[in-house]
Design a protein around this ligand. Structure first.
Ligand code: SF4
Ligand code: SF4
Length: 340
């Protein structure tokens, strides 16, 4: 692996170098405190020091709303809507969001591969950047360090007024060709300590969840939860969607579209006939947490939460996913010490 030093003053020139090769999508400031991934038009608008973006890069591969097909009832025919590869360089992605894309790749590839997502994923190149954990991040508890380059073609780790730039793949080598930077051979630093921790590793969580089905934390959390679904909508590993069909005013033509949905929303569990199979907020909260740390994890061995902290940071009721999981852990530990 080759290392260089990229001075912060040369960052706009580096972005321009990348833009000469492909579309570049990178974080931009939005308002006073928010950040968002957008297609770069001006290299000096790119921001690499940011705590988290509200929506991860998931939105490019799985848009909040998309047309799947159009149909014509008079001809009894339909046409699927074409999807193009994103084919872009994603610059400045945090390690947990790259890990989240890996989780989505699994969800959309295993079983029945899903064409639209997999088509959009083609050509995506990742240039990761380290982050300094804030009071919401806990990705260290799910084995994702702030300077973890897994899944990246190039990785930038903050050092003084610049970045240690590491090239990890042949694609990364191609990207930096023709851009002069001094070599760096002094390693790279760890970029900070986490303030939030889950007390036990994933290998123990499945069993703890198994025995926490009737824990009081579900009902207690439900007393504060307003069922808004924000925790689902900001989560980089959530991928549930709903599919709707609509006909136009002639009632002869129409389209089918899918849009994001979330298990915390009441409508999500409403089925034909108006039956709601997960009515209580306590049951929905348990399902959300089990989806992240038990159900898929039992098959893959990996937590399906990447520790970004978005669901906690965005929750209007200040419900903390780390708080819930650690409560389950401590209640389980007490039950083991003093069985009833
Ligand atoms: S964001 Fe908070 S209040 Fe809204 S559904 Fe999720 S846990 Fe409940
Ligand atoms: S469950 Fe919360 S902390 Fe975990 S990946 Fe989703 S939004 Fe991030």
């Amino acid at each position: 692996m080759v290392q260089f030093y990229l001075d912060a003053e040369r960052l706009p020139a580096f972005v321009a170098h990348l833009m000469a090769q492909k579309t570049v999508i990178a974080p931009h400031a939005k308002g006073q405190k928010s950040f968002t991934f957008e297609t770069v038009a001006e290299p000096d608008q790119v921001v690499l020091d940011y705590p988290r973006v509200m929506q991860s890069i998931r939105k490019f591969f799985l848009p909040p709303k998309e047309e799947l097909l159009t149909f014509d009832l008079t001809e009894n025919s339909y046409e699927t809507t074409e999807v193009e590869p994103i084919d872009a360089i994603f610059l400045g992605v945090h390690s947990y969001d790259v890990a989240a894309v890996g989780r989505l790749d699994y969800n959309f590839s295993v079983g029945s591969p899903e064409k639209n997502y997999l088509t959009r994923r083609q050509g995506a190149v990742f240039v990761g950047v380290s982050f300094v954990p804030d009071s919401y991040h806990f990705s260290g508890s799910v084995n994702i360090r702030p300077e973890d380059p897994t899944g990246c073609d190039i990785f930038l780790t903050k050092l003084f007024e610049g970045y240690v730039l590491e090239v990890h793949t042949p694609t990364g080598e191609e990207l930096i060709k023709g851009f002069d930077m001094p070599a760096h051979d002094a390693g790279r630093p760890a970029t900070g300590h986490f303030q939030q921790h889950i007390y036990v590793p994933q290998t123990r969580l499945s069993e703890i969840m198994e025995q926490s089905y009737d824990n009081d934390v579900w009902a207690e959390t439900a007393e504060q939860c307003v069922g808004c679904g924000t925790c689902n909508l900001v989560c980089p590993t959530c991928y549930c969607f709903n599919v709707d069909e609509a006909v136009d005013v002639t009632v002869t033509k129409g389209h089918r579209e899918r849009h994001w949905d979330g298990c915390m929303l009441r409508k999500f569990s409403e089925v034909a006939g108006g039956e709601v199979f997960r009515e209580s907020l306590a049951g929905r909260q348990r399902h959300r947490i089990f989806r992240k740390f038990k159900y898929i994890s039992d098959t893959t061995g990996q937590p399906w939460c990447v520790g970004c902290g978005r669901c906690t940071a965005a929750c209007p009721a200040h419900i903390s996913i780390v708080g819930i999981v650690n409560r389950l852990i401590s209640d389980h530990a007490q039950a083991v010490v003093a069985p009833i």
